[in-house]
Design a binder for this molecule. Sequence first.
Ligand SMILES: *[C@@H]1O[C@H](CO)[C@@H](O)[C@H](O)[C@H]1NC(C)=O
Ligand SMILES: *[C@@H]1O[C@H](CO)[C@@H](O)[C@H](O)[C@H]1NC(C)=O
Ligand SMILES: *[C@@H]1O[C@H](CO)[C@@H](O)[C@H](O)[C@H]1NC(C)=O
Ligand SMILES: *[C@@H]1O[C@H](CO)[C@@H](O)[C@H](O)[C@H]1NC(C)=O
Ligand SMILES: *[C@@H]1O[C@H](CO)[C@@H](O)[C@H](O)[C@H]1NC(C)=O
Length: 377
Amino acid sequence: MIFAFAFFHMQNHKFTKMALLFLTFLCLITSSRAAILNRIGINYGRLGNNLPSPAKSIELLQSMNAGRVKLYDADHEILHLLSGKNIEVAITVANDEISAIASNQHLADQWVYEHVLAHYPSTKIRFVLVGNEVLSSTNTVQDMQIAKDLVPAMRRIKNTIKSQGIRNIKVGTPLAMDMMGTTFPPSNGSFKPEMRELMIPLLKYLNGTRSFFFVDVYPYFAWAESRANNQTGIDLGFALLRSGNMTYTDPQSGLVYTDLLDQMLDSVVYAMAKLGYDDVMLAIAETGWPHEGDSDEFGANKENAAEYNNNLIKKMSATPSNGTPARPGAVIPTFIFSMYDENQKYGPATERHWGLMNPDGSAVYAVNITGKVNPSD
Ligand SMILES: *[C@@H]1O[C@H](CO)[C@@H](O)[C@H](O)[C@H]1NC(C)=O
Ligand SMILES: *[C@@H]1O[C@H](CO)[C@@H](O)[C@H](O)[C@H]1NC(C)=O
Ligand SMILES: *[C@@H]1O[C@H](CO)[C@@H](O)[C@H](O)[C@H]1NC(C)=O
Ligand SMILES: *[C@@H]1O[C@H](CO)[C@@H](O)[C@H](O)[C@H]1NC(C)=O
Ligand SMILES: *[C@@H]1O[C@H](CO)[C@@H](O)[C@H](O)[C@H]1NC(C)=O
């Protein structure tokens, strides 16, 4: 994940402190005919040497009532274990597979046969994500080539899927907020100028296939950055999606914001609109809050992580959907980062502490994925 360097200035801060909600697990048994609307997804990253087995992990996802899971690969064993489960699945083409697939339809066919058709439809694969944060690294010649090959690779993967008559799998690619040049006010959102050339074909492709623009969006990083720069930066409650009294009115659009996540999402909406794409749908590929960090990483604790994730779940699983101020009512598929702490990640301590679950399968803190059931769906 990548820091969102953005400076958010608040106005009209007034809010009453809300008691933290400590919610316990809810294991909702859904009937076979009932589907979960606005399913909450969970990222299942596996860069840890102490993690439960895939079989145990799938059981855990079910007991948590997760509606979707996102994999950073397309692991055969995990996809097999997800067979027959009421969990929608997002799988990922590795960054280093992109250029070969872009240049050769046969390789795209092979990838789709091996990782999609071998498991679909009994495993509910619904998203194929091509690469991860591909546009965040464009420093080397090779990285730049992968960035240029991204849309051609997506197109080839989609061609194969379409040629099989499959219509309920979307092809996308998760991007980090470092693609943004401006995020504030939201109506002033724009991509970095150097991203334009790569962004236009991607938006054209996503719009043309009615797919989602997947973003990794972390209010935590924006808040931590604002706090590091200025003690009176973004209010913590605003970043934690605390519903309260605090609002920010965008002076240009007149839209009223009640949390930082909406501001960040709408900055992307406005950035896309500036390039002529007004209605490409958004999805959140990653969001979350670290429950532990180094001594100088403020705000990374269990209380904040529990509050953010429980507020997020309530917000994103509401029916009808809340959307954002610029997109009222829009459904935004959302994947929480992450299932587990991943102890083999580098960097500051927060990088290794995003997990909802301990290695023994107990909860790091209480989360309540409610999964509202709509029998008519
Ligand atoms: C900190 O942020 C506040 C509110 O945006 C602003 O008024 C103030 O000038 C900033 N201070 C510094 C040192 O940047
Ligand atoms: C979980 O959230 C739902 C909806 O907000 C609520 O009805 C339910 O009581 C909660 N369950 C627990 C165990 O807190
Ligand atoms: C909008 O962003 C640009 C930089 O991209 C900045 O120069 C301008 O001042 C911003 N406008 C507002 C109203 O903040
Ligand atoms: C986006 O897709 C819609 C529906 O297919 C189409 O009408 C519109 O022209 C497209 N927008 C752009 C900028 O290509
Ligand atoms: C907002 O705060 C004011 C004063 O602190 C309070 O009187 C009012 O009821 C609050 N409104 C909401 C919607 O919480």
